[in-house]
Write a protein that binds this ligand. Structure first.
Ligand code: KG4
Ligand code: ZN
Length: 322
């Protein structure tokens, strides 16, 4: 079964066709990222305007080699995200669903990130799955008992991990998005150069907090004598330590069978290496390019959670929870 996925929750405009939840037939992503690089973050109005401009060409490109008749459904990410951006994808998906007379499946963007690890993989993760979804707006630990059965264990109380990367990269003048820039700078750095705090490391819950770490980084930048490389490596290490320590604890407590990493921050090499060390064969994570926002993950999520809704009842929901 082929599903067309559409994703416009932040600065990407993406469309993809995926067969049976796994096989990527096409995967097109247009990003307005260069427009945000100068300001060091996404400007919602600029992102939405770009999405209005590129949504039709992106869908045309994604569907160019596929008979529309062979597409079984349209899936769209309807939240969480920026309202103006979400509206572009949701309203376009509704129009296509009506015009083509195909079922419309609304997908939670965070659930979409979960399914990135099902794409192109030779083996599917077995349930129960402990998932760490880490992106620019979210840091969530979730236990999945089965497809569609997600149980929230904890999440960030303030900034998301990706947001911390982005803000600290700005402090270091490394540009936007911050995650890849910090990763690159950290490659030759000393992880022990600065002993950054590990917020909530020993708390009894599965919550995270990254705003204190950001404040500590700000203080360090003002007084530090270490190189940018050492700074980036030490900061990245603190984030990886906290994320992996809580994941390890939850994996044990909930007797999970697989550990899944999803979201833009899952593209981070140091995080992936550490997860591999801890979880070995039980780790499931997509290629870095499928960890960041894309529409293939939305189409995959729709295949495994095939729950169409009446077209006109589907609405963008910027504050949707997992
Ligand atoms: O999932 P995503 O593409 O968009 C959201 O749903 O937010 O995640 C974007 C976030 C940004 O904060 C970006 O800095 C971070 O993912 N990111 C990374 C890396 N690549 C992207 N963070 C750390 N290391 C990376 N290699
Ligand atoms: Zn995302």
């Amino acid at each position: 079964m082929k599903i067309l996925g559409i994703e416009t929750s932040c600065d990407e405009t993406a469309a993809a066709i995926v067969e049976d939840g796994k096989k990527i037939i096409s995967n097109v992503v247009a990003s307005s990222l260069p427009l945000h690089a100068e300001t060091g973050g996404v400007i919602p109005e600029t992102a939405a305007r770009e999405q209005v401009r590129s949504i039709i060409p992106v869908i045309a490109e994604a569907t160019k080699d596929t008979e529309i008749d062979s597409i079984s459904a349209v899936a769209v990410s309807y939240g969480p995200g920026l309202i103006g951006s979400l509206l572009v994808g949701v309203e376009t998906a509704k129009s296509l669903s009506l015009a083509w007379q195909k079922p419309l499946i609304p997908i939670n963007h965070l659930v979409g990130h979960f399914y990135s690890a099902f794409l192109q993989g030779s083996t599917e993760p077995a349930f129960p799955i402990l998932a760490l979804i880490v992106s620019g707006g979210h840091t969530e630990l979730v236990l999945a008992a089965d497809h569609g059965k997600f149980h929230y264990l904890g999440g960030t109380r303030d900034d998301a991990a990706g947001e911390a990367f982005d803000k600290v990269a700005r402090l270091l003048d490394l540009g936007y998005p911050g995650g890849p820039a910090i990763q690159k700078a950290a490659e030759k750095g000393d992880r022990q150069a600065i002993d950054f705090p590990r917020p909530l490391l020993d708390s009894k819950d599965y919550d995270f907090s990254f705003s204190g770490l950001k404040t500590a980084a700000k203080r360090e930048v003002e007084k530090t004598k270490v190189s940018t490389q050492d700074f980036a490596a030490s900061f990245q290490e603190a984030i990886v330590d906290v994320l992996m320590s809580k994941s390890k604890k939850a994996f044990k407590e909930f007797k999970a069978t697989s550990f899944l990493l999803g979201g833009g921050v899952a593209a981070n090499a140091q995080l992936r290496n550490r997860a591999k060390k801890i979880f070995g064969e039980k780790l499931f994570v997509s290629d870095p390019k499928l960890s960041i926002d894309n529409a293939a993950m939305i189409a995959s999520a729709a295949y495994f959670n095939f729950k169409p809704l009446p077209c006109l009842s589907v609405k963008a929901d910027p504050a949707l929870l997992i």
